[in-house]
Design a protein around this ligand. Structure first.
Ligand code: NA7
Length: 555
């Protein structure tokens, strides 16, 4: 009898060192770096391709609000020298092509399993291994799990009465169809006026026969001044990339290189202040908030910038009542991420566009062909929900994650997310989070923060391997101190004054704490580097076979 042939080992059964959840920019770079350490990595991605948030957010007008020459990877000089961004702010299809290019260039796709949702991750304390179960019914055993699930990847649909009776098509900006959507000749309703709505409304208005915008909270938006990039502009970045990238990492709180303010708003006489605001309004982009160094710290300083934008709105919008409704008055400018637009306010001068105030009169009901608010029915053939995300924690919360003692991460985070450095949560060994709550994340150029986290995590795994450490976990005292520090820094700013998704305020019942770390990417990077240099201070490591716990060291 012939000897039995060895069966091919399915990927699920092969030894996996690290499971990565998500193949957005974080997941792609992680896979590349972890492979560089010689580790066996498996990436699970819910979408049908790479790109993360850029895979799902395909709505008309979707583009990055950070300039593409800066919103791009820096880890490989050849990549940044060779990729040609076409516009100042790349449109979503181009960013998605870039993600695909990165996947191909570093041959990453082979270790990514697409169309697969991670359902649970359970830590086995005896084996020091995670069991990760996925929507295809497979279980994967891995030493480490890294959540690269993104901050804005869990689209949220509010429950409106009668929604299921609506007869037209319903779209969500955060989960847009892959096939083209044509609104020509249709009466369209857009619910929400956040960044996604502000980007898409001008384009939808060009197609729709009638566009009704349902606004609960007016947002501050500044013109993008988007334009094709010239060869000279690209060259000037490329020639200076080492210094530009260094500055982004170290010198600027939000990881975006821009002129450095040397004073506060009230240090200038009014006419000079206005000139500076005008100059920044004319050059465009979210660096508007960088005109002065105290705009998010001092209410009176902030008022000068907010007043300036409100004036521009009333200048652009012809109908005074519409202009008044579009002027935000209930939060400091910048306390919600400032929006960047192309012709948003001017769109309300079109005869086919109507703004409806749903703060004064909330949506009562969705009817088969209309939205009812304030006792009036607005007829619509299609609805666009630009209602945002369960940000920062939503995607993590969907996974049943169980750490030591069977505790779930959702239980632990019931009163708000708790992490040490945004990287790990105590009680969940060998589970890392990229750009998690407690790190600068959404307050920064995400690529700068992603690269820093991925580099830190891979350095940490390399350190562990060199010392035979099997387990790393955040200690409770270090985590408590970090959470207190994150809150303390936030409390010294105007940010917590807004009902923003930074605070979890957009999700009914979600605990309201300020989630990102406001200290800035440079300060934060230094803290993370110092922790690593002090043998991962505040983390406990267990060495293989002979469990040995390092003492937690105060921050
Ligand atoms: P955002 O910024 O969270 O905006 C969501 C919008 O939807 C906002 O205007 C909300 O009003 C509105 N909304 C949400 N729920 C409701 C209900 N139930 N009724 C009426 N209106 C509602 O999400 P985006 O997708 O626009 O942008 C997210 C980020 O992506 C952005 O910050 C950039 O960083 C990129 P509200 O303000 O809650 O009153």
């Amino acid at each position: 009898m012939a000897a039995a042939q060895p069966q091919p080992v399915s990927h699920q059964n092969a030894r996996i060192d690290v499971v990565v959840v998500g193949a957005g920019f974080a997941g792609l770079y992680l896979l590349h770096k972890l492979r560089g350490l010689g580790l066996h990595v498996k990436v699970f991605e819910q979408g049908g391709d790479v790109g993360g948030t850029w895979y799902w957010n395909r709505y008309p007008g979707a583009r990055c609000d950070v300039e593409s020459m800066q919103y791009s990877f820096s880890f490989d000089d050849k990549l940044q020298q060779e990729w040609n961004w076409s516009e100042r702010y790349a449109p979503q299809p181009e960013i998605l092509r870039y993600a695909g290019h990165v996947a191909d260039r570093y041959d990453l796709r082979g270790d990514i399993q697409f169309n697969t949702t991670v359902k649970s991750a359970v830590f086995d304390e005896r084996a020091n291994r995670w069991t990760v179960t996925t929507s295809d019914g497979q279980a994967t055993i891995a030493q480490h799990v890294v959540l690269a699930t993104g901050c804005l990847s869990n689209a949220r649909t509010p429950e409106f009465r009668g929604m299921k009776d609506f007869k037209g098509k319903v779209y969500h900006t955060g989960n847009w169809p892959h096939e083209p959507v044509d609104f020509t000749g249709l009466r369209v309703g857009v619910i929400g006026t956040g960044s996604s709505a502000i980007q898409s409304i001008p384009l939808i208005a060009e197609q729709a026969s009638q566009l009704t915008v349902f606004q609960r909270t007016a947002n501050f938006s500044v013109p993008a001044r988007n334009a094709p990039l010239t060869d000279d502009e690209r060259k000037s970045f490329r020639d200076n990339y080492p210094e530009i990238r260094r500055q982004a990492r170290e010198d600027f709180k939000n990881g975006i290189v821009q002129p450095i303010p040397d004073r506060g708003a009230l240090d200038d006489p009014e006419h000079e202040r206005r000139e500076k605001y005008h100059a920044r309004w004319t050059s465009g982009g979210l660096t508007f908030m960088g005109v002065y160094n105290n705009l998010v710290l001092d209410q009176r300083a902030n008022d000068t910038a907010a007043d300036f934008i409100r004036e521009r709105i009333s200048e652009i919008v012809s109908d005074p009542e519409t202009a008044r409704l579009l002027q935000p008055t209930d939060h400091p400018v910048g306390s919600k991420r400032i929006c960047v637009d192309t012709d948003y306010y001017a769109t309300f001068n079109r005869s086919n566009v109507t703004l409806v105030d749903i703060k004064a009169h909330p949506i009562e009901q969705i009817l088969p062909h209309a939205v009812r608010t304030g006792g009036k029915d607005y007829e619509v053939d299609a609805l666009v929900l630009a209602t945002g995300f369960d940000a920062m924690t939503g995607s993590v919360a969907k996974i049943d994650i169980r750490g030591r003692g069977g505790q779930t991460l959702n239980d632990k985070w019931a009163e708000g997310p708790r992490t040490y450095l945004g990287l790990m949560s105590a009680g969940f060994p060998n589970l890392f989070i990229v750009t998690g709550p407690g790190s600068p994340s959404v307050l920064s150029n995400m690529i700068v923060s992603i690269e820093q986290h991925v580099d830190w995590i891979t350095d940490c795994l390399s350190y562990m391997r060199d010392r035979g450490a099997e387990v790393i976990e955040a200690t409770h005292p270090a985590e408590d101190k970090w959470v207190a520090h994150v809150n303390e820094v936030a409390a010294g700013t105007l940010y917590p004054q807004a009902n923003s998704w930074y605070m979890g305020a957009n999700i009914p019942g979600k605990p309201q704490i300020f989630m990102p770390y406001i200290g800035g990417v440079g300060v934060y990077r230094q803290i993370c580097n110092d922790v690593a240099a002090k043998d991962y201070e505040g983390f406990a490591m267990t060495v293989r076979a002979r469990p040995k716990t390092k003492e937690a060291v105060a921050l």
